[in-house]
Design a binder for this molecule. Structure first.
Ligand code: NAP
Length: 243
């Protein structure tokens, strides 16, 4: 492969797995993190043991200036960005009426504005190259809605809107834009689930299991190699959501 790939929120979970998987396939990875510096360093040294070098870069991608720094660092060092994966995300759980303004602004900024700002900062370079691939990590809840996760679902539906519209706008520049909308995946984001709740999800899922981070990494790898898919919401979810 050997592409230059920025992955936001790559210190843990799905982002980390994508960084590992894509680095092992021979790509240059710029793994962004915000709070989990130790974990980002662990990822870097874990790969170093296999003689694979990756860059790690601290940036709060909910802030425009920090997105700019991440993109400029990458351009300065590698001259181009082939792939941007907007993965950083948080969840907020609770009845809609009880969500505070602070919670609402935070989730909008981390889940949605970050993808908008990172994409704006990146595509000027992709347009110059007349090629590129953007992958937005959304969620099944953006497609079908989730009770007590209304704000989260709004941000993910917004991400899918970004994907569809930008795919149309950037297609003529040979830039593909797609969403990956995972079902339930085993990461820290789901650490609060009780054993009973996990069983419930497994029972509701036709494939009878919760997904693994590698399932999403493999989808990302396929989307990067593909040349004719754009504006799509690809949903590795074990059949939990079929629309
Ligand atoms: P996770 O394990 O909680 O990891 C979240 C990642 O996002 C961390 O690396 C975190 O970095 C980063 N992050 C959060 N705020 C950030 C910010 N302001 N700037 C930069 N990075 C930030 O979550 P995950 O399950 O891997 O989720 C990854 C993505 O998949 C999210 O967009 C999530 O909504 C989506 N998703 C997850 C599931 C699931 O079941 N797990 C299902 C559907 C969709 P730091 O710790 O360094 O701050």
């Amino acid at each position: 492969m050997s592409k230059t790939i920025i992955i936001t929120g790559a210190s843990r979970g799905i982002g980390k797995e994508m960084a590992k998987h894509l680095a092992k396939q021979g790509n240059r990875i710029i793994a962004n993190y915000n709070k989990s510096e130790e974990k980002a360093k662990e990822l870097q040294s874990e790969l170093k043991k296999e003689n694979i070098e990756i860059d790690i870069f601290k940036a709060d991608v909910s802030k425009r200036e920090e997105c700019k720094k991440l993109v400029e660092y990458t351009i300065k060092k590698y001259k181009k960005i082939d792939v941007l994966i907007n993965n950083a995300g948080i969840s907020v759980w609770g009845p809609f009426t009880e969500l505070t303004d602070e919670e609402l602004h935070e989730i909008m900024n981390v889940n949605l504005y970050s993808a908008i700002a990172m994409t704006q900062e990146t595509i000027k370079y992709m347009i110059k190259e007349q090629k590129g691939c953007i992958i937005n990590i959304s969620s099944i809840w953006g497609m079908v809605g989730a009770s007590c996760e209304v704000a989260y679902s709004i941000t993910k539906a917004g991400i899918d809107g970004l994907t569809k519209s930008l795919a149309k706008e950037l297609g003529p520049s040979n830039i593909r834009v797609n969403s990956i909308a995972p079902g339930a995946i085993d990461t820290e984001m789901n650490a609060d689930l009780t054993e009973e709740e996990r069983k419930e999800i497994e029972n509701e899922t036709p494939l009878g299991k919760i997904g693994k981070t590698i399932d999403i990494a493999k989808t990302a790898s396929w989307l990067i190699e593909d040349e004719f898919t754009t504006g799509q919401i690809i949903s590795p979810n074990g059949g939990l959501t079929i629309i």
